[in-house]
Design a protein around this ligand. Structure first.
Ligand code: ATP
Ligand code: PAF
Ligand code: BAL
Length: 282
């Protein structure tokens, strides 16, 4: 049985009733098979699964899509039930921020200002603040995050380590459509033509990964990724395409690396990334 709770008080009672280990999956709703994979991973690792559904105003910029972000609670609950979630916490904004938007927010450090943080100023302050609040409210043993949002996963891992939060962060590989498009709630915004153009992101990653497999160095991998992006159906506009250390640390890239991409397709901004294994430099 899946119990739906809305308020902190209801959540506290539902959480107290869970004995054994608890795994949390934090989402903004509009659930898809990517989220379901996170839920199933949590189901395998923990005795109980708690899902949060909250479109967090703190992480949206003034000109972003907070108001039109899809809100589909009934369909979301069906997916949660199917995946065996025990509790779904779907608070109102006033439940999460009873005093209004908090003036105290977590500072993600320099990585929070780069990549997604460059294009979305304040985004990771908002993400880490709500993730920390949800960790406090749900007190999980494990928390599951998708690699699709790789910079977010990296920053959450750092936050938990730096602030001694007693929760294990588990990363879950990106779930894709058969043609390569990473599942994303924002894919719902895409028209048929935009859906075709959106394949430029995964095409870039695939071209970069294939170049690395052939032994290309970092510069050649990035060049191949740009060609892969350009070879897709026109219509996607690149925001960034970056090859970096797998931990997103600045400095030279070798061995385990990550290729990260963000692009606009019409009015929709999409992100994706892939692991890249660079041959050792000789
Ligand atoms: N395709 C996917 N594969 C694996 N995990 C995913 C995928 N899409 C989302 N997730 C993960 O689900 C969690 C909740 O993400 P969220 O609700 O923002 O969904 P989303 O599809 O990323 O939405 P958006 O399109 O708004 O970015 C995050 O940890 C995110 O990384
Ligand atoms: C982690 C998160 C639920 C915080 O609002 C959100 O950024 C998301 O859905 O990835
Ligand atoms: N998927 C990460 C949350 C966001 O883009 O707002």
């Amino acid at each position: 049985m899946t119990e739906l709770v809305h308020t902190r008080k209801e959540l506290a009672a539902a959480r107290d009733a869970l004995t054994g280990t608890v795994g949390v999956v934090m989402t903004m709703g509009a659930l898809h098979s990517g989220h379901e994979t996170l839920l199933r991973a949590a189901r395998e690792r923990a005795d109980h699964v708690l899902v949060t559904i909250f479109v967090n105003p703190l992480q949206f910029g003034p000109n972003e899509d907070f108001d039109r972000y899809p809100r589909t609670l009934d369909a979301d609950l069906e997916i949660c039930r199917r995946a065996g979630a025990d509790v779904v916490f779907a608070p109102a904004v006033t439940d999460m921020y009873p005093e209004g938007q908090p003036t105290v927010r977590l500072n993600p450090g320099p990585l929070g200002e780069d990549l997604e943080g460059l294009s979305r100023p304040g985004f990771f302050h908002g993400v880490l603040t709500v993730v920390m609040k949800l960790l406090q409210l749900t007190r999980p043993d494990l928390a599951f995050f998708g690699e699709k949002d790789y910079q977010q996963l990296t920053l959450v891992r750092r936050m938990v380590r730096d602030l001694d939060v007693p929760t294990e962060i588990v990363g879950v590989p990106t779930v894709r459509e058969p043609d390569g498009l990473a599942l994303s709630s924002r894919n719902r915004y895409l028209s048929a033509d935009e859906r075709a153009a959106a394949l430029s992101l995964s095409a870039a990653l695939r071209a970069g990964a294939e170049a690395a497999e052939r032994g290309a160095d970092a510069g050649a991998v990035l060049a191949a990724a740009h060609r892969g992006f350009d070879s897709g159906t026109p219509g996607a506009r690149l925001d960034y395409l970056v090859l970096t250390d797998a931990d997103l640390e600045p400095g030279p890239v070798s061995g385990a690396a990550r290729l990260l991409i963000a692009a606009w397709v019409g009015a929709t901004r999409l992100i994706d990334n892939a692991a890249i294994h660079l041959a050792p430099r000789s």
